[in-house]
Write a protein that binds this ligand. Structure first.
Ligand SMILES: CC(C)(COP(=O)(O)OP(=O)(O)OC[C@H]1O[C@@H](n2cnc3c(N)ncnc32)[C@H](O)[C@@H]1OP(=O)(O)O)[C@@H](O)C(=O)NCCC(=O)NCCS
Length: 289
């Protein structure tokens, strides 16, 4: 436990900090996995939206945000357990919200652990939904050929996919989509209807399934069954989805996923128009929405 007076500096992070941030997040979240790829994605997409807290140059806290224009998403907030309850979490949230206000971002969304919800309530965040976490344990791979209407996404299809995604997600996230495609184009699957129009897509990340967007349950089901043909770290893919998306819950249950825990989906600022309760079957992550 730290008892002396702390001098904390909140500032932008750079690539040299990734290892130290990962260490702080692992310990604050008590996680058995690395956050490195998530931290690096913020660095790639919008490095000025995330902040480290330093005490005497050492990283003791972190918080990330991404401004999509129509709204932003806040995530990965953590303080080194040896430095908690000393005001660092507040300083990080202050800094993130100040930047978003300066950019005139009309709304901020986040998925809070229940214990952290009171922290965000102090800043005017209100709960508007729940976000459930599902995992699928020890299920055999179900590798099958892609049906005719599902294929890996080609580079030249990204603009079309972005136009499909935008009204459903509620904001433009082309850079994020591109970054998932670059991670591994083979794990980015797109579905088309009988007229050749995109009607859904799914990304099989290494640990998560998402974004997973579909205009109907049948499309969502076909995409999921294809995505489950890939191997995942620990063979336990995770899905984050709105409690109100009943079709997603039914589908996940049918594919052997189990409910793990719930987060509070909170908003500050203007109400956002998006298809969170219907066509969004899986978020990209908790921090990216
Ligand atoms: C949430 C967290 C970042 C707060 O960091 P901190 O530096 O201790 O925060 P502060 O000292 O500024 O403020 C503490 C506030 O956090 C809340 N808090 C205290 N213990 C907490 C805990 N174990 N988990 C979440 N929030 C907690 C309290 O509401 C307190 O608010 P108040 O003092 O204004 O009433 C830190 O507890 C943490 O890293 N928790 C684990 C990871 C996590 O849950 N992150 C948030 C995910 S949404």
């Amino acid at each position: 436990m730290v008892s002396r007076h702390l001098i904390i500096v909140i500032e932008n992070f750079d690539p040299k900090d990734v290892g130290a941030i990962d260490d702080v997040l692992r310990r604050s979240y008590d996680a058995d996995h690395s956050f490195r790829s998530q931290i690096e994605r913020y660095l790639l997409l919008q490095p000025d939206g995330s902040f480290v807290a330093r005490e005497n140059r050492r990283v003791v806290g972190f918080g990330a945000s991404i401004d999509y224009g129509a709204f932003s998403y806040i995530g990965l907030i953590g303080t080194d357990p040896n430095f908690q309850n000393r005001g660092i979490g507040h300083m990080i949230v202050d800094k993130i919200l100040k930047r978003l206000d300066e950019r005139k971002c009309p709304a901020a969304l986040l998925d809070a652990r229940p214990a952290a919800a009171p922290l965000y309530q102090q800043y005017g965040f209100v709960e508007e939904d729940l976000t459930d976490v599902f995992t699928r344990k020890n299920m055999p791979l179900t590798k099958t050929e892609h049906p005719q209407n599902i294929a890996t996404l080609a580079r030249e299809e990204i603009s079309e996919l972005e136009s499909f995604d935008h009204p459903i997600f509620g904001a433009q996230r082309r850079d994020l989509i591109l970054s998932f495609w670059k991670d591994d184009p083979k794990r980015f699957l797109v579905s088309r209807d009988s007229l050749g129009r995109i009607d859904g897509y799914i990304v099989a990340q290494r640990r998560r399934i998402g974004p997973w967007i579909a205009t109907s349950e049948i499309v969502a089901e076909r995409l999921l069954s294809q995505a489950l043909g890939f191997s995942f770290e620990n063979e336990e893919p995770i899905v984050f989805v709105s409690r109100s998306n009943n079709e997603a819950r039914d589908l996940l249950g049918g594919f052997g996923f189990e409910f793990q825990r719930t987060l509070r989906h909170m908003r500050r600022g203007r109400k956002v128009k998006r298809e969170r309760r219907t066509k969004i079957y899986g978020q990209a992550s908790l921090g990216l929405g």
